[in-house]
Design a protein around this ligand. Structure first.
Ligand SMILES: C[S@@+](CC[C@H](N)C(=O)[O-])C[C@H]1O[C@@H](n2cnc3c(N)ncnc32)[C@H](O)[C@@H]1O
Length: 285
């Protein structure tokens, strides 16, 4: 069994099954059958791949990486993604994975070999897109406030908050690549954002007015710990908003819906090209 990193924001999503089409033993059920003519063609081409430097013998994209990506996340991000607009916030440009970028085609083995954690930061997730849209629609939510973008990934929400006039913005994530991506993306969008790479769940967050969390309910342990912490923070007077497209571990009650959006997403990433996504407020009591 090669698949070591398992996370499933949606039932059909298995990031690490994307590129390695010919490994039928662990290819996601989504991809066992090609869904389009292009996908079918790609599968045939890859199955016949004669590329001698492809250790998997299944990849027609000879990604030639720096030997240790972890040593220089910024260089890795620049080399493996490309700037592009966020569908629901086209005024915000992020370094992203797209079909033309090498990271789209990287295998789990390749990422592990180069010490690269799952590249959550390479996509604007539906929950983050919805919150960033809400911020554009209602900038007073963050204007003049001290904002934390929790589980920031690309830093999309942090950038939206900075653009809307937040007094101070901190992007918090456990992944150093997310920290590096956020700084690159902030520079791309000409805003100032602080990054903090740490696991702060359970800690107090002094000097914070509002916490914004996009797409954090995809994994049970993480979602439960984050939501319990959010409730504590809300009780302490911090406004907490969660953007979520109906992930498996979003609590079914106890949250107040603030806004809903139909968020364009990639069919390669989700099981549909639009996800209905809500922004919830965690109540104070
Ligand atoms: C699906 S991504 C969402 C990224 C971004 N909020 C968005 O909506 O585009 C989930 C993020 O949660 C981060 N994460 C996971 N556990 C975390 C923790 N304990 N503290 C902070 N971030 C965490 C991951 O590194 C990843 O960047």
């Amino acid at each position: 069994m090669i698949l070591r990193i398992a996370w499933r924001p949606s039932k059909r999503l298995d990031l690490w099954a994307w590129p390695c089409w010919s490994r039928s033993s662990w290819v996601s059920p989504v991809f066992r059958q090609p869904r389009t003519a292009a996908a079918a063609l790609r599968q045939v081409v890859i199955a016949a791949c004669p590329n001698p430097i492809c250790s998997n013998q299944c990849c027609r994209w000879p990604i030639l990486p720096p030997p240790s990506a972890a040593a220089d996340p910024e260089a890795f991000i620049r080399a493996h993604t490309a700037p592009g607009p966020v569908p629901l916030r086209p005024d915000i440009i992020l370094w992203q994975a797209t079909e033309i970028t090498p990271i789209w085609h990287a295998t789990a083995d390749w990422l592990e070999h180069h010490a690269v954690p799952p590249p959550f930061w390479a996509f604007p997730w539906a929950g983050g897109q919805a919150i960033s849209r809400l911020i554009a629609d209602e900038p007073s939510l963050v204007a003049g406030k001290r904002v934390v973008d929790f589980a920031a990934g690309s830093g999309l929400i942090a950038i939206a908050a900075a653009k809307a006039g937040a007094a101070q913005v901190t992007a918090l994530d456990i992944d150093p690549f997310a920290g590096a991506a956020t700084l690159l993306n902030a520079a791309l969008n000409k805003v100032r954002v602080r990054t903090l790479v740490a696991d702060m769940i359970g800690q107090k967050l002094p000097g914070t007015d509002i916490i914004l969390a996009g797409d954090v309910c995809y994994e049970q342990a993480f979602a439960e710990a984050a939501l319990a912490w959010f409730r504590d923070l809300a009780r302490a007077g911090i406004t907490v908003l969660v953007g979520d497209p109906g992930r498996a571990y979003l609590p079914s009650q106890g949250l107040c819906r603030l806004a809903s959006y139909d968020v364009p997403t990639s069919l390669e990433l989700e099981d549909r090209d639009v996800r209905h996504t809500d922004v919830w407020r965690v109540p104070m009591d």
